[in-house]
Write a protein that binds this ligand. Structure first.
Ligand code: 5GP
Ligand code: MG
Ligand code: MG
Length: 203
């Protein structure tokens, strides 16, 4: 989409190249995902776990739409909200070393639970594979993954999440809480970063 057709904060005018998914479209898609997800769970409590930091906005909008969908469906689905911090990226490159904040105690507490992980984007899939491998021996009752974005990249390890909002091209995307060195989380639309932006905020 043309940058002039949507509101971009002044401080990011030169830093994004194009708008890939406008905010309104993101919200419409999440409303539908929420309908699908709530319809696929029984009335048993689920633990919805946000993969921080990038997943925060998707998580919070998804929870809200799930509550609305449940109301409409006349269904009760108690939700426990949880958070895990995962970090691997510097600039637009994975550092290869995926750090996960779960402690042994937190992992043990997941036993017998229905866990839904909420992630911002699957790129190579290595981060999610590592998360899933970490959870393997903790005897969860069920485990599903919702990712707002799935990147179409030849570097994909083949992992595909249970729920996907949008497929995106093989570009570094920012906005809607997705960051470049912690910048751009306050941009509403999902955008492709420009060379100027990359240069300005590289570390
Ligand atoms: P993967 O391990 O699948 O290659 O990458 C997963 C993580 O890397 C995502 O959770 C996200 O934090 C980060 N990441 C991968 N691609 C992008 C991107 O295009 N933009 C942003 N902002 N983060 C990305
Ligand atoms: Mg992430
Ligand atoms: Mg990041």
């Amino acid at each position: 989409y043309n940058l002039d057709h949507f509101v971009i904060p002044d401080h990011y005018q030169d830093d994004v190249k194009s708008i890939l998914i406008p905010h309104g479209l993101i919200m419409d898609r999440i409303a539908k995902l929420a309908q699908i997800i709530t319809s696929e769970y029984d009335n048993e409590r689920i633990t919805v776990c946000c993969v921080l930091k990038g997943g925060h906005q998707f998580f919070s909008d998804l929870i809200n739409y799930m509550k609305k969908a449940l109301n409409k469906q006349g269904k009760t689905l108690p939700m426990t909200l949880d958070f895990v911090r995962v970090k691997s990226y510097e600039n637009d490159q994975s550092t290869g070393d995926v750090r996960i904040s779960w402690t042994e105690k937190e992992l043990k507490e997941l036993k017998g639970k229905n866990l839904l992980l909420v992630e911002d984007i699957i790129d190579t899939g290595n981060t999610m594979k590592k998360l899933l491998a970490t959870l393997e021996k903790y005897e969860l009752k069920s485990l599903k993954v919702a990712s707002l974005l799935l990147k179409k990249t030849p570097l994909s390890c083949g992992y595909v999440p249970d729920y996907v909002g949008f497929a995106v091209p093989d570009l570094f995307v920012v906005g809607y809480c997705l960051d470049y060195n912690d910048i751009f989380r306050d941009l509403d639309h999902i955008c492709a970063i420009s060379d100027v932006g990359k240069e300005k905020y590289s570390v």
